[in-house]
Design a protein around this ligand. Structure first.
Ligand code: 9Z3
Length: 403
């Protein structure tokens, strides 16, 4: 049963109820130690640090999880943005869904070309053939040399200079624990801290107290086995759905989810450092809701920027919703500059929706114009990050003046 009082609690009370339900993730102490050392280093060097969250959170249906509900996100927004922040001198804590896209390796990991397609075997050298071996060195193919060299150099630079910390999560509760700890650890950074919350976070979850321990069964078990397996499942969550036309012993699964407490409130008002900048994303599929929902989020949590995007068009248009003028500003990649190398299932969704005209109103395009990029196939993050950094600069400057 959902606690009827949860909806009436203050954000701080809802937070403690939520965090008391779950054991912290096993990796949390290790992640905290890594983050503490990383943050201290950059505090000493007076460097800005951005926490980029990326990828979708899962909602497990069982404690020993076989099935889970997932949130859509490939991690492209987060991984691409992280690279751009690094280029602008930020240190990046990359809190990401395990196995989603990562900065730099994203260029090779989930593309239509497997990384092996980027490689070739060079002919054996005269020495190796004279010694009877036909093994030549493995090389990057000629056509990929330049791009891979450039990615490799940036990757090496970030690694060798301790600019990038990768921390994985899987479930929504792991995400919450990690976010809370990281935000609190970032306090010594003050206005040098930036939160860029691009992860697609589930709004719903199953409280631990109502979660089945073991794999939920789809057929009736003999009576002597029933209790051990379904011990923690409420009768309203899973029940026998007798199909009149086709009698069977198969069960229907009815999932009953609670709302996840609004963590943004707590992040802004409690966990994050004083003077830091908080940027959240709002994802919608209905174009008529996007601006309204993004603005409502900004008003509700009183943070600094909501970046709105539609699932179908997120790769080439976003809207900045700010508390100050111009309040609403669209950034768009011009049609001729949209990446031609679109691949993967998630993009097929986007293309199909865009063909249906499921995009922001045309008059908006005219009113706001288009921010231009300089070469073919630009990624929208290369428009988002510079605009965002300008806003962060202003905040840091203001803070400096008032200090
Ligand atoms: C986003 O809107 C991200 O831009 C995307 C990026 C998930 C669409 P991809 O990873 O996609 O490049 O494939 N994130 C949504 C963040 C979110 O869940 N926000 C919550 C909400 O919309 C509030 S914090 O309610």
């Amino acid at each position: 049963m959902t606690d009827p009082l949860v909806g009436e609690m203050s954000p701080a009370e809802a937070e403690s109820v939520y965090f008391n339900e779950y054991p912290p993730p096993k990796a949390l102490p290790k992640h905290e130690a890594l983050a503490r050392a990383f943050i201290n280093l950059h505090v000493e060097e007076n460097r800005r640090v951005v926490l980029v969250t990326s990828g979708g959170t899962t909602v497990p249906l069982e404690a020993q999880t076989v099935r889970f509900i997932d949130n859509f996100s490939a991690g492209t927004r987060g991984a691409t943005s992280a690279e751009l922040f690094l280029e602008q001198g930020y240190a990046v804590i990359f809190l990401h869904r395990q196995y989603s896209l990562l900065p730099y390796s994203r260029h090779y990991s989930h593309s239509t070309n497997c990384f092996l397609d980027f490689m070739d075997e060079a002919p054996p050298s005269s020495e190796s053939s004279s010694s009877g071996s036909d093994n030549g060195p493995i090389m990057v193919r000629d056509e990929y040399q330049d791009q891979m060299r450039s990615v490799l150099r940036k990757y090496r630079y970030a690694k060798q200079n301790n600019r990038l910390l990768l921390l994985p999560f899987t479930t929504v509760s792991e995400y919450m624990f990690e976010l809370r700890s990281l935000a609190q650890l970032m306090r010594p950074l003050g206005a040098n801290a930036l939160f860029y919350l691009a992860a697609a976070v589930s709004d719903f979850f199953i409280p631990r107290s109502r979660m089945a321990e073991h794999k939920i069964q789809s057929s009736e078990l003999p009576a002597h086995l029933q209790n051990t397996n379904d011990a923690t499942v409420d009768s309203d969550e899973i029940y026998t759905g007798e199909n009149e036309e086709e009698p069977s012993n198969r069960k229907k699964l009815v999932v009953n989810l609670d709302p996840v407490p609004k963590f943004l409130h707590r992040l802004v008002d409690g966990w994050a450092p004083e003077g830091s900048m908080v940027v959240s994303f709002k994802l919608e599929t209905d174009p008529s809701l996007l601006v309204y929902k993004a603005r409502t989020a900004l008003q509700r949590y009183s943070h600094h920027l909501v970046i709105g995007n539609l699932l179908s068009t997120r790769k080439w248009e976003v809207v900045f919703i700010t508390p100050d003028a111009p309040y609403e500003r669209w950034l768009r990649v011009p049609k001729s500059r949209r990446s031609k190398s679109i691949s993967g299932v998630e993009d097929q969704v986007g293309l199909a929706e865009a063909k249906k005209g499921n995009t922001a109103p045309a008059e908006q395009v005219e009113r706001d114009g288009v921010l231009d990029g300089s070469h073919d196939g630009i990624e929208i993050e290369s428009l988002i990050i510079p605009e965002l950094i300008k806003l962060h600069d202003k905040m840091v400057e203001k803070k400096g003046q008032s200090a």
